[in-house]
Design a protein around this ligand. Structure first.
Ligand code: FES
Length: 106
């Protein structure tokens, strides 16, 4: 089963930046681009490094360990040495400006 969980407000997230959220079973990076938000798992598919701390620019994040780049919207691997996409998570901003993420709760 999965459920929507409140994690922040849009106003509390810096624009054109990202923030790390830790949950019981998964660590997540949440990116804000204007009024839109995106979420990916904080886990590089090349060798399991945290992506947190990596350079974020033009909708891409660069793994700080070996430099693979990923699209923050689709999770797609954009450069070697990663070839598999990183997991994305459903995320939304509700009418009150609250940011919610959908997590598995089993
Ligand atoms: S662990 Fe991320 S590029 Fe190698």
């Amino acid at each position: 089963m999965s459920q929507w969980i409140e994690i922040s407000t849009l106003a509390a997230l810096a624009d054109s930046a990202y923030e790390r959220f830790e949950f019981e079973d998964i660590d997540v990076l949440v990116f804000r681009e204007g009024s839109r938000v995106y979420a990916i798992e904080d886990l590089c598919t090349h060798d399991g490094a945290e992506l947190c701390g990596g350079l974020y620019m033009d909708g891409e994040i660069e793994c700080p360990r070996h430099g693979a780049r990923f699209c923050i919207k689709t999770g797609q691997a954009l450069s070697a040495p990663a070839y598999e996409q990183v997991s994305t998570l459903p995320i939304r901003v509700n009418d009150q400006g609250t940011v919610e993420i959908k997590l598995d709760t089993d």
